[in-house]
Design a protein around this ligand. Structure first.
Ligand SMILES: Cc1ncc(COP(=O)(O)O)c(C=O)c1O
Length: 409
């Protein structure tokens, strides 16, 4: 399978961390922190060089001028999420962007004030939506709807999500789900959820932390109102890297939408006139607040160039096969000391499989690291492993399951 894989050479373009014995780890943690592309250093050094040689002048005269630097990323980021470049902006980090989006798209009234999230949403999303509810004077106990699987099931059923939206739609102001749930690895039917939400008059947004660079996304065609993501997981931008944000072009010129403003969102044609009144740049760029970190964007550009070269459709095709292989090998493990939580339907998951460990799971995760495999652990009982199509091989998957199976027995 590796010999036939047309993307196999991309693996050589990443740094693999090494275990104490000097051997590279089998790295299955791209759902947490993607590996460093070898070109990151060169991209970042280019900006350090321009800073060294040009100082402030690099804003205009640098090889990649800093003033419009975020625009260099928009086209590639847009392709990854299925958007027009004007609908995408690279800025801030995920939770900050989520708040900014909720300022514009969570507009509760006395009748319509509820927010729908997954019961197992990433904690930062839970804190963010609860704090927004409180900020608007609502009690999360009454205004937050948390989606939970049916008794005895590990993931949500698509039809149950749509049924809830249809049942409670009148009172729902915002539906805000993960594209892929961080814990179970379940991918949601974003198109169907958006359609159902809009039919009820709700705004619909997604946290794509685990979906960007992982799934094929069509945010524009799906008519999603907004989305936010981070760039340090499947997008390999490095720890704490600058995040991204999508605002559908339907909203690009809507002057009635409230938003928090900052100078970098001001129309660049008049930004430096330094006037006191805010005139937003049309499109997602108009939601920017501050001038962004060039070094962080440079690191991300290195990775997005690799995505561009590999092609997200090719990556997704390999990912389906690679994760399918992982599932196949796990299903053939003699041990029944774990179960796969992630949906079996390949369309309802990305690269990651989440394993519920029946006992000693944490210890097994630690022992795997000692045996040269990096996965991760999420309390109370979940071991997550994600073979990433850009740099993982079938051999990696095989090596992981061999060691895992040996540890279990
Ligand atoms: C699903 C999800 N949402 C939000 C966050 C928080 O991201 P940030 O620290 O960039 O705000 C994470 C971080 O891992 C995440 O996995």
């Amino acid at each position: 399978m590796d010999a036939q894989d047309p993307l196999r050479h991309f693996r050589e373009r990443f740094h693999f961390p090494k275990a104490a014995n000097g051997e590279p780890y089998i790295y299955l943690c791209g759902h947490s922190l993607g590996l460093q592309p070898k070109t990151v250093r060169e991209y970042v050094e280019q900006e350090l060089k321009d800073w060294e040689l040009l100082g402030v002048e690099a804003h205009f005269r640098g090889r990649h001028p800093w003033m419009p630097y975020h625009e260099f990323l928009a086209k590639q980021a847009a392709r990854l999420v299925g958007a027009k470049p004007s609908e995408v902006v690279v800025m801030n980090s995920l939770t900050v962007n989520l708040h900014l989006m909720m300022v514009s798209f969570y507009r509760p009234t006395a009748q319509r004030h509820k927010i729908v999230i997954e019961g197992s949403a990433f904690p930062s999303d839970q804190y963010a939506v609860k704090s927004q509810l409180k900020f608007h004077g609502f009690d999360p106990a009454a205004s937050l709807i948390e989606l939970r699987p049916r008794a005895g099931e590990a993931t949500l059923r698509d039809e149950d999500i749509v049924a809830l939206i249809e049942r409670e739609g009148d009172s729902i102001a915002l539906i805000m789900l993960g594209g892929v749930n961080y814990s179970s690895g379940q991918a949601f039917d974003m198109q169907a959820i958006t359609k159902a939400g809009h039919a009820q008059g709700c705004a619909v947004g997604f946290d794509l932390a685990h979906a960007a660079g992982n799934l094929l996304l069509h945010l524009h065609d799906w008519d999603v109102d907004f989305a936010v993501w981070c760039s340090y997981k499947y997008l390999n931008g490095g720890p704490g890297c600058i995040g991204g944000c999508f605002v559908h072009e339907r909203h690009a010129h809507d002057a009635t939408l409230p938003r928090f403003a900052g100078w970098w969102g001001h129309d660049p044609a008049t930004r430096f006139s330094m006037g006191p009144d805010f005139h937003p740049t049309p499109g997602a760029d108009g939601w920017q607040l501050s001038n962004p970190s060039i070094l962080s964007m440079a690191a991300l550009r290195a990775s997005l160039d690799l995505f561009e070269e590999a092609g997200i459709e090719n990556l997704r095709a390999k990912s389906l096969s690679l994760t399918g292989y992982l599932e196949f090998l796990l299903d053939h493990c003699a041990s029944r000391k774990f179960e796969i939580l992630t949906p079996r339907d390949p369309q309802r998951r990305g690269a990651q499989l989440s394993l519920r460990m029946k006992s000693a799971g944490r210890e097994i995760c630690d022992r795997l690291a000692e045996a040269g495999v990096l996965c991760d652990w999420r309390e109370p009982d979940i071991l997550r492993a994600a073979p990433v199509p850009l740099y993982n091989s079938y051999q990696d998957v095989y090596g992981f399951v061999q060691r895992f199976s040996a540890l279990l027995s």
